[in-house]
Design a protein around this ligand. Structure first.
Ligand SMILES: [Zn+2]
Ligand SMILES: [Zn+2]
Length: 211
């Protein structure tokens, strides 16, 4: 299993090209505005892109979904609870995205436990709500790789005060991720990679329910 990282606009997003070198099948984890960088590389490697997998439906992560899907024939997968955002982001311009986002629909609706096969690689969907209601992580247990979007980043986690966000839920999600094998390599939606073992702050998270 090979992973190539592209750090791209609009918000220094990480887009990951995950592929099986033997079968030349691959998936793209999030698109952001990676089209101009990623498409030539996919062609160069001779990869058949089967899926675009969104960690969640925020505009910065899905901006190039439509153009990359059109160019490659890849199917767009997003968790069922965030699927509505693919149309929503097209109606709500963001100052940090200079071009309009094309609306789209999910081709594949992901749920907890969905397995996406990429050649000999199995990517398992972990539903980890909190940053948004339909945020997911993609877990490749054999490789020990975890793609976390904005749920878990090096030393921190994504904001929980947007629509669909919940501090109580992200704390639960983070605790769940912290139970994965300590050597698991974490590929976040922004910033440098880390390992589960290096995110020990999660063990000390306390959520005081409002009363
Ligand atoms: Zn986000
Ligand atoms: Zn983000």
């Amino acid at each position: 299993m090979d992973v190539e990282t592209f750090v791209v606009p609009p918000l220094e997003n990480n887009v990951y090209l995950v592929y099986d070198a033997a079968t030349r099948h691959g998936v793209l984890i999030d698109t952001a505005l990676a089209g101009t960088k990623v498409l030539p590389r996919i062609r160069e490697l001779g990869i058949t892109l089967t899926h675009i997998l969104n960690t969640h439906g925020h505009a910065d992560h899905v901006a190039d979904n439509v153009s990359i899907a059109k160019e490659t024939g890849a199917k767009v997968g997003i968790h069922e609870a965030d699927a509505y955002r693919l149309e929503k982001v097209a109606k709500e311009p963001r100052w940090y995205i200079s071009k309009p986002i094309a609306p789209s629909k999910a081709d594949v609706v992901l749920k907890e436990g969905t397995v996406v096969e990429v050649g000999s690689i199995a990517l398992r969907v972990l539903h980890t709500p909190g940053h948004t209601e339909g945020s997911v992580c993609f877990y490749a247990p054999e490789a020990g790789y975890l793609f976390t979007g904005d749920t878990l980043m090096r030393g921190t986690f994504g904001f929980t005060n947007g629509p669909g966000g919940s501090p109580a839920m992200i704390f639960q999600s983070l605790r769940r991720l912290y139970e994965l094998p300590p050597e698991t390599k974490v590929f976040p939606g922004h910033g440098r990679p880390t390992r589960v073992a290096d995110e020990a702050w999660i063990a000390n998270l306390r959520y005081a329910a409002p009363h």
